[in-house]
Design a protein around this ligand. Sequence first.
Ligand code: AMP
Ligand code: MG
Length: 360
Amino acid sequence: MILIFALLLSSCSSPTHQLVQQQLFTFGTLVDISIWTDKPDKANLLIQQLSADFEHQHNEWHSSKKNSLLSKANQQLQQEQTATLDASLASLVKLAIKLSAQSEYLFNPAIGQLVDLWHFDQLDQQAVDEIVEAVLPPDKKQIQTLFDMLSSELDLVLTDQQGSLHNSLQIRSKNPAVKLNLGAFAKGYAVDQAIKSIQQAGFNHALVNAGGDIKAIGKKGDKLWNIGIRNPFYQQQTDSPVLASIKLNNNESIMTSGDYERYFSYQGKRYHHIIDPRTGFPSDGFHSVTIVHKDAALADAAATALFIAGPKNWKKIAKKMAVDQIMLLTQSDELIISEKLKPRLSIQNKQLKTTVVKLD
Ligand code: AMP
Ligand code: MG
């Protein structure tokens, strides 16, 4: 995601505590870190450390950054060699593999070459509403060739090194079309890590917002953190910039995948960054999917997977991934909200048709 689409809606003050807040540009997006504390100097120092952590993760986990750990591993995979992943990347990749299987490989971190064909990494730093005419859809034959080479699963073989000194992981593939891209869940994972670091430093009230991927602990003063979910239809003056708002409980995250986050338009058609591994083309499942869950990495992967699952299959995938607080915006601009999430949501855009759905 490249723009913040979730807004902090509340404000308050206290004689001893204050909000220490910094905005960073890292992970290819704006990251807001807010800590409600009576130790502002300590909080500011911690935020500097978190900023360095985010930057390090972004540099090492990015599939298209030259010489990143992931790029080096991908080069080895493409040459059908064994790649050794360090402890941090190993736990990320193991979790990605587990979540991918749960999603029936709709969230598929092995389709990096297919994602590259669509050039969305080049759009990383484009403003969200900017229509980028310079990018063309890839040649259909190129998509087909790669698509034919990829299997419907991951095509990876793991050698778990759990017992080894550094908890590294060896990984290989017999399929040179396999390339790891962790973009659909690395930010959620990084947000989980940042919140853990904040807790370990002794802070109990904080919020991390990485381009709309958000996790909160505690409260802001005496109020829960209040989050606005961006309205993708927002046009100034006529509408609310917020689709709905929600108060996050302790240690809870909210993640959204949307077709408006990174896209280009070509000959009147919009092509976005969430690729359906069953077709090789941008998914036409939903406009956006929002998931609330305590685990940000899971919620991030699930938002991508449910987006691709589309109206027919999202319930089945939600069940497999064990998520039940879900808001989906359909291609026909209808809001579908799971029964469990509905009482917590305050819907700001009253014009949209809203349906509440029970998950079996
Ligand atoms: P998100 O915004 O979390 O849905 O993640 C989308 C990003 O994940 C894209 O920009 C791609 O880098 C990558 N991606 C696209 N399609 C998939 C997919 N089906 N499975 C895994 N990653 C994907
Ligand atoms: Mg995601």
